[in-house]
Each structure stands twice: as C-alpha cells, then as structure tokens.
Design a protein around this ligand. Sequence first.
Ligand code: ADP
Length: 485
Amino acid sequence: MEDGSCSALSVKAALEMIFEFDETGTISYANAEAEKKLEYKSGLCGHSIADVFPTEFKIEENAFTTEYPFDEKPRQFVAYRGNLTCFPVEAKIIKSGSTPEVYVCMANDMLEKEYLKREIAQVKQEAEHALKVKSEFVANVTHELRTPVNGVLGNVKELLDEDVDSRTMKSLRMIERCCVDMNKIIDNILDFSKLEAGKFTLEPRRFNVREMLDYVKGTHSAKITEKGLEFFMTVSPNVPEYVIGDELRIKQVLNNLLSNALKFTSVGKVTLEVLKTAQMNDRTELFFIVIDSGIGIDKADKDKLFQSFSQVDASISRRYGGTGLGLNISKQLVELMGGRIGVESQKGKGSTFSFSIWVGSCEEEKSAEQHTDTVNMSRYSSGVQAVSRQEDSEGGEVLKQFGTPQNREALKKALSKLILCVEMENWEKAEMFMDTIRQLTEGAPHEVGRVILRLKMAVQKENYDRITAGFEELKSFLQAEEVHA
Ligand code: ADP
C-alpha cells in the first residue's frame, strides 16, 4: 500500500475508510479517512481489529476469532473510536488470499450517509415546495394582472363605439392593441409556469383541420396585408377532415410560429404546409411546416431558440419585442402531443420551422379512408405523394423531368424537408424524402447522380455532417442550373 502507484494513491485519498490487518488482528495500514474517522491518537497502525470492532472480533492466543464469513457482503458493524465512543458503519472485509493472509476492511460512516440522504430529501422537498409556491404566485399575479387589463380593454371598447374624433380613436385603438398584447403575455407566462410545474393537461376534442387552419390564417391576414407579404398555405389532400386533438394548443403553436415568421420577415413570403406523415391504428401524425424569407437565424443561435426566455440577441428584443417564451412553450406543447419541433435557417435568407404531432382519428374518417385508400400508404410517403400528386395536376408531367423549373422547385422543397427531418432526427421520414429526391433526379447528369448516391448513403447511415455536405453540394448545383436556365 505504501508504494506511489495510482491505486495506492486512490486508496489513500478514498472517501471511505480503508485499513489492513493481519492474522493476529494487528492493523498494519490505514488510509487518511480511517485515521480521521476513528481518531486513534497515535494512529491506527499497531492497534487491533478488536479495538475497532469489539462486537465482531476477539483476540485469543495471538490470533483473532470472528463470526464474520468474509463473503464480501457489506454488513452493519459498530465502529469504536480511540476515545471509546462509537458509530454505525457499513463494512466489507476481504481476504487477500496470500500467505501470510492479509485482510482489507472498507467501511462507510452510516451516520454521514443517513445525514446526506436526509439532506437530499430535504433539498428535494424544498425545491418542490418552491416550485409549487412559484406557480401559485405566478397564477395569482397573472390573474390579478388580467383583471385590470380586461377592465381597461372593456372601457376602451365602449369608448370605441362612441363618436370620437380620429386622434382619440387612434389612441384608443393603440390602447386596445396594448391590452390584447398584454393578455397574450399573461397567457404565455401562465402556460409556461403550468408546463414547468407539470400541471398542464391537454383537452382533446374532435375538430375540423381545414377550418382550424383557415381560422389561423385569418388571424394573421391583417398583419400579412399590413406588411405587404405573400402568404401561401398548402394542405396535403390526405390530411383528414376531422381529427381528435387539442385544437386550441395546436393553434397556439401555429400562431406562434406564424407570428414569428411574419414578425421577422419584411419582404417576400411566408408559407404554411400541412402533411399527414403517418398512421398507426387510430393515431395520425400531422406535420406542419412554416417557411419564411425573413432575417434568418445564425447557426450558433439555433440551439438557444427553444430555451425559455431566449432571444437571439438583445437588439432583437428591442426591435421586435417579445418575451422569448413562445418557442419554449411551443416545444413543450408539441412534445406533450407526442411530436417534435425543429428549425432550419440561414442568416439573412429565412427560416423553416416544422413540427409533428399525433392526433386521434375520427370514426367517420376511418371508414372514409378505408373506402378511398385501401392500400393506405400510411407513412410519410403518403404525404409526399399527395403533395406531388397535387403538384402534378398543376405542373403536369414536366414535374418529373429533371432540370425543368417545376422539377427544380419540387427538388428544393424535398431537399428542405429532408434536412428538416434530419434536424429532427426523424430518420424514417428522411429516408422517404430521400426517395422522393432520387425520383426527382432521375435522368440527371452523372455528377448529380453521384451526389445523390452519397447523400442517400449518408441518410441511411444517419451521418449528419455528410448529409449537410451533400445538401450544400446539391443546392449549389441547383443554383448553377438555375443561372444557366
Ligand atoms: P418571442 O416571443 O420573443 O418572439 P420566441 O420564443 O417565439 O419568443 O422566439 C425567440 C427568438 O427566436 C426570437 O426573439 C427571435 O430571435 C428568434 N426567432 C423565432 N422565430 C424566428 C424567425 N421566424 N426568424 C428569425 N428569428 C426567429
């Protein structure tokens, strides 16, 4: 034990008591912890094992006797200090098997262990209590805030009905808008606190998906017009009419993504796409994509996005406002609905946020599906095919012909969906999009074929770096083609 090897050093510095004794019961080595805990004035060495564990060991004719079976099982002993006070330990004694025999005892102070256990339980209890107090406080404060805000809002609405001059009207409209914004912030804080405390419950009901989407679109139409942006919405034909889900919360996520897309886009367009991506018994997976041509997000900032109170930088919150809670709430809601949320973005070029959720199928939908789609292409391919079918009818056969503008557009779309699935680590869907890309690049020149092959292998191997490399290669090829055309 006295050599300077690593194991000897770790025994010396171990947090448990370790000591050695021989066949006569005489202790020949003790580590620092054993010396510290057992407090033998002149040191443990030279003392007997029967001094430390008098209830377990006796010394008779220069040898120790004990009932301890040396079976390496930890047992509870009472250890005596040099001053004859004692404390419980959990100890294990092993034989070295050498001649003469050496015994090694390893022991832990049970009082300390118990104390730590109690400390941990107390800290846990305090943390739970603090969380409870915090969420109750947030609930009370938000409630108290909402009352005066609604009071102001009600009065403003009444005044707006009266005959007021245009300047007053403008001010009243501004107050109305501030109150509505304030209510949104209060709602967000309340949701966040409930989600954090694990007290959030979904309320699934049957609802019409397209009506819900039209409503969401309507909510943002004023902003779209005000900013002079273009807005496109595509719903894949195989998205069911009715599903069972928490409509309010799905709308909340969509509204958050769309209002961000509109907030951070000053020219160009915002697109909302909805696809059905999987069917498992009576559960349907829906996939939502929100694409904007706005300011985009730096790669380095992407990871921060879904954390609470996180905004890309302070200048953004000054310029665009917001609390940085929206995406965190959206992420938690999406995860409660069994899905995932992800983003793909390029600074200055725009962002694509997407999320998936699982909803229940309705009885009437199920029977309708059985009639119209007995094959039931239940996985992502159904979504892709539905979109391409739709595009086929618009673009005709040219879609499949590599190099045409329609083909390039479809290819770009499939590529961005592929990368989204990769970001979300949804490899099954990534492979299906890869198939679409392969179909769309049939008849392409050899160099494209080679990139496609590499990309396909990278997707199969789930190699993120190679996929992004292939994606960039293909994108630059498409750009070059575009310039050419
Ligand atoms: P906030 O309520 O502050 O908008 P969010 O959680 O919704 O909070 O968004 C957090 C931050 O993420 C925003 O402040 C912005 O920096 C960035 N962000 C979100 N969506 C977009 C987008 N479509 N384009 C650019 N940046 C975005």
